[in-house]
Design a binder for this molecule. Structure first.
Ligand code: ADP
Ligand code: ADP
Length: 226
Protein backbone atom coordinates (compact mmCIF):
# COMPACT_ATOMS: atom_id res chain seq x y z
CA UNK A 1 0.00 0.00 0.00
CA UNK A 2 0.83 3.65 0.00
CA UNK A 3 2.94 5.01 2.86
CA UNK A 4 2.92 8.67 1.97
CA UNK A 5 1.76 10.84 -0.89
CA UNK A 6 3.23 14.19 -1.84
CA UNK A 7 0.72 16.44 -3.56
CA UNK A 8 1.98 19.51 -5.38
CA UNK A 9 4.79 19.97 -2.89
CA UNK A 10 6.77 23.19 -3.41
CA UNK A 11 9.54 25.03 -1.60
CA UNK A 12 10.55 28.66 -2.00
CA UNK A 13 13.55 30.23 -0.31
CA UNK A 14 14.04 33.95 0.15
CA UNK A 15 17.58 35.05 -0.61
CA UNK A 16 19.38 37.85 1.22
CA UNK A 17 18.70 40.39 -1.52
CA UNK A 18 14.99 39.62 -1.39
CA UNK A 19 14.76 37.35 -4.44
CA UNK A 20 12.80 34.14 -4.27
CA UNK A 21 14.42 30.84 -5.23
CA UNK A 22 12.16 27.99 -6.21
CA UNK A 23 14.02 25.04 -4.71
CA UNK A 24 11.21 22.61 -5.45
CA UNK A 25 8.55 23.22 -8.06
CA UNK A 26 5.25 21.35 -7.73
CA UNK A 27 6.07 17.72 -7.10
CA UNK A 28 3.60 14.89 -6.70
CA UNK A 29 4.49 11.29 -6.02
CA UNK A 30 3.37 8.41 -3.86
CA UNK A 31 5.80 6.33 -1.86
CA UNK A 32 4.78 2.74 -1.32
CA UNK A 33 5.22 0.64 1.77
CA UNK A 34 8.45 -1.39 1.61
CA UNK A 35 9.64 -0.11 -1.74
CA UNK A 36 13.11 1.05 -2.70
CA UNK A 37 12.51 4.26 -4.60
CA UNK A 38 15.38 6.11 -6.23
CA UNK A 39 15.19 9.75 -7.08
CA UNK A 40 17.52 10.91 -9.82
CA UNK A 41 18.12 14.26 -11.42
CA UNK A 42 20.87 16.82 -11.90
CA UNK A 43 22.30 18.98 -9.15
CA UNK A 44 20.04 21.72 -7.93
CA UNK A 45 16.75 20.23 -9.12
CA UNK A 46 15.40 19.90 -5.58
CA UNK A 47 16.11 16.32 -4.54
CA UNK A 48 17.57 17.22 -1.15
CA UNK A 49 14.82 19.73 -0.55
CA UNK A 50 12.24 17.03 -1.22
CA UNK A 51 13.95 14.65 1.24
CA UNK A 52 14.17 17.35 3.91
CA UNK A 53 10.47 18.06 3.59
CA UNK A 54 9.72 14.32 3.81
CA UNK A 55 11.87 14.16 6.95
CA UNK A 56 10.11 17.14 8.50
CA UNK A 57 13.38 19.08 8.55
CA UNK A 58 11.86 21.75 6.28
CA UNK A 59 8.29 22.96 5.93
CA UNK A 60 6.88 23.03 2.38
CA UNK A 61 5.82 26.39 0.96
CA UNK A 62 2.85 24.78 -0.74
CA UNK A 63 1.19 21.44 -1.31
CA UNK A 64 0.92 18.68 1.23
CA UNK A 65 2.26 15.39 2.47
CA UNK A 66 -0.40 12.85 3.26
CA UNK A 67 0.94 10.13 5.56
CA UNK A 68 -1.17 7.00 5.79
CA UNK A 69 -0.49 6.62 9.50
CA UNK A 70 -0.25 10.29 10.39
CA UNK A 71 2.80 12.52 10.30
CA UNK A 72 6.02 10.90 11.50
CA UNK A 73 8.08 12.22 14.36
CA UNK A 74 11.48 13.33 13.10
CA UNK A 75 14.24 11.00 14.18
CA UNK A 76 12.03 8.18 15.38
CA UNK A 77 9.95 7.41 12.31
CA UNK A 78 12.38 8.76 9.74
CA UNK A 79 15.97 7.62 9.31
CA UNK A 80 18.28 9.97 7.41
CA UNK A 81 21.63 9.17 5.82
CA UNK A 82 23.66 12.10 4.48
CA UNK A 83 26.39 12.09 1.83
CA UNK A 84 29.07 12.32 4.50
CA UNK A 85 28.60 10.02 7.47
CA UNK A 86 27.55 12.24 10.36
CA UNK A 87 28.86 10.51 13.46
CA UNK A 88 29.69 12.02 16.83
CA UNK A 89 33.50 11.79 16.85
CA UNK A 90 33.85 11.39 20.62
CA UNK A 91 31.43 8.47 20.84
CA UNK A 92 32.25 4.88 20.01
CA UNK A 93 30.60 3.33 16.96
CA UNK A 94 28.23 1.39 19.21
CA UNK A 95 27.27 4.53 21.16
CA UNK A 96 26.72 6.40 17.90
CA UNK A 97 24.38 3.70 16.63
CA UNK A 98 22.58 3.52 20.00
CA UNK A 99 22.13 7.30 20.10
CA UNK A 100 18.61 7.49 18.57
CA UNK A 101 17.47 4.77 20.99
CA UNK A 102 18.86 6.77 23.95
CA UNK A 103 17.10 9.90 22.72
CA UNK A 104 13.78 8.10 22.43
CA UNK A 105 13.98 6.52 25.85
CA UNK A 106 14.95 2.92 25.11
CA UNK A 107 16.82 1.44 28.09
CA UNK A 108 20.58 1.24 27.78
CA UNK A 109 20.58 -2.57 28.02
CA UNK A 110 18.03 -2.97 25.25
CA UNK A 111 19.69 -0.19 23.26
CA UNK A 112 23.04 -1.93 23.43
CA UNK A 113 21.49 -5.15 22.24
CA UNK A 114 19.69 -3.55 19.32
CA UNK A 115 22.67 -1.40 18.33
CA UNK A 116 24.99 -4.42 18.42
CA UNK A 117 22.58 -6.44 16.27
CA UNK A 118 22.36 -3.60 13.76
CA UNK A 119 26.16 -3.27 13.67
CA UNK A 120 26.45 -6.98 12.95
CA UNK A 121 23.95 -6.58 10.14
CA UNK A 122 26.09 -3.91 8.45
CA UNK A 123 29.27 -5.96 8.89
CA UNK A 124 30.72 -3.94 11.76
CA UNK A 125 30.10 -6.42 14.54
CA UNK A 126 33.72 -6.27 15.68
CA UNK A 127 33.96 -2.46 15.60
CA UNK A 128 31.50 -1.34 18.27
CA UNK A 129 34.25 -0.07 20.55
CA UNK A 130 36.14 1.77 17.80
CA UNK A 131 35.94 5.51 17.35
CA UNK A 132 34.68 6.85 14.00
CA UNK A 133 38.14 8.14 13.04
CA UNK A 134 39.52 4.60 13.28
CA UNK A 135 37.26 3.36 10.47
CA UNK A 136 37.43 3.81 6.69
CA UNK A 137 34.93 6.02 4.88
CA UNK A 138 32.86 3.06 3.76
CA UNK A 139 32.79 1.63 7.26
CA UNK A 140 31.72 4.98 8.72
CA UNK A 141 28.90 5.19 6.21
CA UNK A 142 27.82 1.66 7.16
CA UNK A 143 27.71 2.84 10.78
CA UNK A 144 25.59 5.84 9.73
CA UNK A 145 23.22 3.47 7.93
CA UNK A 146 23.03 1.28 11.05
CA UNK A 147 22.13 4.35 13.09
CA UNK A 148 19.44 5.38 10.60
CA UNK A 149 17.88 1.91 10.75
CA UNK A 150 18.23 1.07 14.43
CA UNK A 151 14.92 2.60 15.49
CA UNK A 152 13.17 0.71 12.69
CA UNK A 153 11.84 3.91 11.15
CA UNK A 154 8.84 3.91 8.84
CA UNK A 155 11.00 5.32 6.08
CA UNK A 156 14.72 5.72 5.46
CA UNK A 157 15.89 8.71 3.41
CA UNK A 158 19.33 8.53 1.83
CA UNK A 159 20.84 11.57 0.17
CA UNK A 160 23.66 10.39 -2.11
CA UNK A 161 25.00 8.25 0.70
CA UNK A 162 27.82 6.77 -1.38
CA UNK A 163 28.68 9.88 -3.38
CA UNK A 164 31.87 10.50 -1.41
CA UNK A 165 33.22 6.97 -1.84
CA UNK A 166 35.47 5.61 -4.55
CA UNK A 167 33.71 3.58 -7.25
CA UNK A 168 34.83 0.17 -6.04
CA UNK A 169 33.71 0.84 -2.47
CA UNK A 170 30.50 2.29 -3.83
CA UNK A 171 29.72 -0.90 -5.76
CA UNK A 172 30.36 -2.92 -2.63
CA UNK A 173 28.16 -0.62 -0.57
CA UNK A 174 25.35 -0.99 -3.09
CA UNK A 175 25.40 -4.75 -2.59
CA UNK A 176 25.58 -4.28 1.18
CA UNK A 177 22.59 -1.99 1.06
CA UNK A 178 20.54 -4.50 -0.92
CA UNK A 179 21.41 -7.19 1.62
CA UNK A 180 20.54 -4.92 4.59
CA UNK A 181 17.32 -3.91 2.95
CA UNK A 182 16.37 -7.55 2.32
CA UNK A 183 16.89 -8.18 6.06
CA UNK A 184 14.99 -5.16 7.34
CA UNK A 185 12.32 -4.64 4.67
CA UNK A 186 12.70 -0.88 5.15
CA UNK A 187 11.02 1.59 2.84
CA UNK A 188 13.89 3.53 1.27
CA UNK A 189 14.03 6.74 -0.74
CA UNK A 190 17.48 7.03 -2.26
CA UNK A 191 18.81 10.13 -3.98
CA UNK A 192 21.56 9.68 -6.54
CA UNK A 193 23.06 11.29 -9.64
CA UNK A 194 23.63 7.93 -11.19
CA UNK A 195 20.99 6.23 -13.29
CA UNK A 196 23.02 3.03 -13.15
CA UNK A 197 23.00 3.07 -9.37
CA UNK A 198 19.29 3.89 -9.34
CA UNK A 199 18.46 1.06 -11.74
CA UNK A 200 20.65 -1.41 -9.87
CA UNK A 201 19.15 -0.69 -6.46
CA UNK A 202 15.56 0.27 -6.94
CA UNK A 203 12.09 -1.05 -7.40
CA UNK A 204 11.15 2.29 -8.95
CA UNK A 205 13.01 5.28 -10.24
CA UNK A 206 11.59 8.78 -10.22
CA UNK A 207 13.26 11.35 -12.41
CA UNK A 208 13.23 14.99 -11.43
CA UNK A 209 13.87 16.75 -14.68
CA UNK A 210 15.14 20.29 -14.98
CA UNK A 211 13.98 23.00 -17.33
CA UNK A 212 16.39 25.82 -17.98
CA UNK A 213 17.23 27.01 -14.50
CA UNK A 214 14.08 25.42 -13.15
CA UNK A 215 12.53 22.16 -12.15
CA UNK A 216 9.67 20.53 -13.93
CA UNK A 217 7.43 17.71 -12.82
CA UNK A 218 8.46 14.38 -11.42
CA UNK A 219 8.34 11.57 -13.94
CA UNK A 220 8.16 7.97 -13.03
CA UNK A 221 9.62 4.99 -14.75
CA UNK A 222 8.27 1.75 -13.43
CA UNK A 223 11.15 -0.73 -13.60
CA UNK A 224 10.01 -3.43 -11.23
CA UNK A 225 7.06 -5.72 -10.61
CA UNK A 226 4.26 -4.32 -8.47
P1 ADP B 1 19.56 18.86 -5.33
O1 ADP B 1 19.49 18.06 -4.07
O2 ADP B 1 18.73 18.27 -6.43
O3 ADP B 1 20.95 19.14 -5.78
P2 ADP B 1 18.62 21.00 -3.64
O4 ADP B 1 17.31 20.54 -3.12
O5 ADP B 1 19.80 20.92 -2.77
O6 ADP B 1 18.89 20.28 -5.04
O7 ADP B 1 18.49 22.52 -4.10
C1 ADP B 1 17.50 22.97 -5.05
C2 ADP B 1 17.72 24.45 -5.33
O8 ADP B 1 17.37 25.21 -4.19
C3 ADP B 1 19.16 24.80 -5.64
O9 ADP B 1 19.14 25.82 -6.62
C4 ADP B 1 19.68 25.33 -4.35
O10 ADP B 1 20.70 26.26 -4.55
C5 ADP B 1 18.45 25.98 -3.74
N1 ADP B 1 18.47 25.92 -2.27
C6 ADP B 1 18.51 24.81 -1.50
N2 ADP B 1 18.50 25.10 -0.18
C7 ADP B 1 18.45 26.47 -0.13
C8 ADP B 1 18.43 27.42 0.95
N3 ADP B 1 18.45 27.02 2.23
N4 ADP B 1 18.37 28.73 0.63
C9 ADP B 1 18.34 29.13 -0.66
N5 ADP B 1 18.36 28.30 -1.71
C10 ADP B 1 18.42 26.98 -1.45
P1 ADP C 1 35.12 -0.02 3.17
O1 ADP C 1 34.80 -0.60 1.84
O2 ADP C 1 34.12 -0.37 4.21
O3 ADP C 1 35.53 1.43 3.16
P2 ADP C 1 37.86 -0.71 3.03
O4 ADP C 1 37.99 -1.74 1.96
O5 ADP C 1 38.25 0.68 2.80
O6 ADP C 1 36.39 -0.81 3.67
O7 ADP C 1 38.57 -1.28 4.30
C1 ADP C 1 39.43 -0.55 5.11
C2 ADP C 1 40.08 -1.54 6.03
O8 ADP C 1 39.09 -2.03 6.95
C3 ADP C 1 40.60 -2.74 5.27
O9 ADP C 1 41.80 -3.14 5.87
C4 ADP C 1 39.53 -3.78 5.44
O10 ADP C 1 40.04 -5.08 5.39
C5 ADP C 1 39.00 -3.45 6.81
N1 ADP C 1 37.62 -3.83 6.96
C6 ADP C 1 36.55 -3.31 6.31
N2 ADP C 1 35.43 -3.89 6.72
C7 ADP C 1 35.79 -4.83 7.62
C8 ADP C 1 35.09 -5.77 8.44
N3 ADP C 1 33.75 -5.92 8.43
N4 ADP C 1 35.81 -6.57 9.27
C9 ADP C 1 37.12 -6.45 9.32
N5 ADP C 1 37.85 -5.58 8.61
C10 ADP C 1 37.19 -4.78 7.77
Amino acid sequence: GELVRAVGLTKLYKTRNGDTVEALSPTSIEIRDGEFLSLIGPSGCGKSTFLKILAGLEQPSGGSLEWRDGPPSTGADVGYVFQEPVLLPWLSILDNVRFPLDVFGVSKAEGNERAAAMLALVGLGDFGKALPKELSGGMRQRAAIARALVYRPRIVLMDEPFGALDLLTRDRMNDELLRIRAETGSTIVFVTHSIEEAAYLSDRVAVMSPRPGRISALHELDLGPE
